[in-house]
Write a protein that binds this ligand. Structure first.
Ligand code: UDP
Length: 490
């Protein structure tokens, strides 16, 4: 079983500063521990974007690289940082940034506001933090730093690392098919596909099968996507949370065009180093409820950690779900329904009509839920982590993408890998019912057989000699080829 949801470990920056999980204390303990444990005598700095879907894979990567013998320092933004107490073998550093710290006290702040603040206000704090770590590790004769591994959402991380002569590797937490599209925005623009126009939405894009124009990202994302491409292509390498057997075409195409090495290491959460269950689950009730259900009978419904939907869309989904007569485990996290102030956005009487057939929580331990024998399908927004986690457990999907790369992911799920059914925008109650019944009761067997095949490939690629196993060996050698950073001792 995979490690439990790391979101349960996230705290406010104040808690880290003022309670039992004091940053400095945990830093000291882990630094001392690492002196004995670091087999390779080399330190890596990891800098994640402060969102669950980015933090989870970065922490999984950190655990894998630690298991290979590197010392690990995690640099965190003060926006719901991960609780260091759960990772005593890593060193944690918190950026000093008042804006994000203030946002961390206001969970209602929109993620787009957080993203623009990240690149507006964190560059100097990051430069200070990096300088401090490099000096400290040299003065204290800790394992010397060899590279920064950053999320490309931090547009400035490359130039800051370069100013210290520190090599920078990117961790791409989304898939490589979407990244190939991001790298091709100029071409797509020249061909008239991007930005999507109302008149061409249904057109297929011959250069990127099976995508349609409407699956492409929106114009408002262009700036951040260009920064992601620029940051990645000017780095010294890219690690990705995918595996060759799943995305051979996109990986090969990128390998032909990029001059940097690509390291597909995924699925990161399934690597043996991440198999230790060491964190208590917040969500005891879901598993207890699933234990009472028949094998493969339950539809798990969750839309990730950030995305929101409008009230009309939410209600069509909820009624469609109820009408399907299929048992369901439903996650309604705060802020899922845009503009809804109500504690419970469900219509009056819904819970009574649902009765014992459904179970509703605010947050689920998704890895545990997906691997439960009672779960037979996943109604998902197709965030890349959720998609990959579903593949790894052999659970076919009903796709209801909401934004960003989710439309492209859903298209690959439904038309490339054929392991799910995609619902389009503006979906109505009866279509929701039809899609759910089709997956759970009618055509699910074929999709389950195809996804079981992918699940096996996801398992084998991590075993000795497998594609991701070999990729990790290659990455380890590559990281060891970098000079260690020599700071001038003050
Ligand atoms: N997740 C979870 N419980 C939930 C909802 C989400 O543990 O109730 C986890 C899920 O396992 C995944 C992450 O949150 O690892 C969400 O990442 P994803 O890329 O799917 O979507 P995002 O939140 O970035 O939109």
């Amino acid at each position: 079983m995979g490690r439990k949801n790391p979101d349960t470990q996230r705290v406010s920056p104040n808690e880290i500063k003022s309670t039992g999980v004091k940053l400095e204390d945990s830093t000291k303990i882990s630094m001392e521990g690492e002196k004995q444990q670091s087999k390779l005598g080399r330190r890596l700095l990891l800098f994640s974007a402060p969102f669950t879907g980015h933090m989870n894979p970065m922490l999984n990567l950190a655990t894998i690289l630690y298991s290979k013998g590197f010392s690990i320092t995690i640099i965190q933004a003060p926006y719901f940082p991960t609780n260091p107490a759960h990772y005593p073998h890593f060193t944690f550093k918190l950026l000093d940034d008042e804006v994000l710290e203030k946002y961390s006290k206001s969970p209602e702040i929109d993620s787009s506001v957080v993203i623009s603040a990240m690149n507006r206000t964190c560059e100097e704090p990051f430069r200070d933090c990096l300088g401090q770590i490099l000096r400290e590790t040299a003065v204290a004769e800790q394992d010397p730093v060899v590279a920064l591994i950053a999320d490309p959402m931090w547009a400035f991380s490359g130039s800051v690392a370069a100013s210290f002569n520190l090599p920078k590797i990117m961790l791409r937490t989304g898939n490589m098919s979407a990244f190939l599209v991001y790298c091709s925005l100029t071409l797509l623009n020249e061909k008239g596909y991007f930005p999507p126009q109302d008149t061409t939405l249904e057109e297929k894009i011959p250069e990127f099968p099976p995508l349609k124009v409407k699956d492409l990202p929106s114009e408002s994302d262009r700036h951040i996507l260009q920064a992601i491409v620029e940051g990645t292509t000017t780095s010294q390498g890219v690690i990705c949370n995918t595996f060759e057997e799943l995305e051979d075409y996109a990986i090969a195409k990128l390998q032909q065009t990029l001059t940097i090495p690509i390291f597909p290491l995924g699925p990161l959460h399934k690597h043996p180093a991440n198999s230790v269950v060491n964190i208590g689950s917040q969500d005891q009730t879901s598993i207890a409820w699933l234990n009472t259900q028949a094998p493969k009978s339950v539809l798990y419904v969750s839309f990730g950690s950030i995305a929101g939907m409008n009230k009309d869309e939410f209600l069509e989904l909820m009624w469609g779900l109820l009408d399907s007569m299929v048992p369901f485990l439903l996650v309604i996290r705060p802020k899922l329904v845009k503009g809804s102030e109500a504690d419970d956005p469900l219509p009056e009487g819904y819970r009574e009509m649902m009765g014992e057939r459904g179970h509703i929580v605010k947050w689920a331990s998704q890895l545990e839920v997906l691997s439960h024998p009672a779960v037979g399908g996943f109604l998902t927004h197709n965030g890349w982590n959720s998609t990959l986690e579903s593949i790894c457990e052999g659970v076919p999907m009903v796709c209801k993408p909401l934004f960003a790369d989710q439309n492209m992911n859903a298209r690959h799920v439904s038309e490339n890998w054929k392991i799910g059914l995609k619902m389009e925008r503006g979906v109505k109650r009866d279509e929701v019912t039809r899609a759910i019944r089709k997956l759970m009761l009618e055509e699910g067997a074929e999709m389950r057989s195809r996804i079981t095949d992918l699940k096996e490939k996801a398992t084998h690629c991590l075993e000795e000699g497998g594609s991701s196993y070999k990729s990790l060996e290659r990455l380890t050698k590559y990281l060891l080829s970098f000079e260690t950073f020599q700071a001038i001792k003050e």
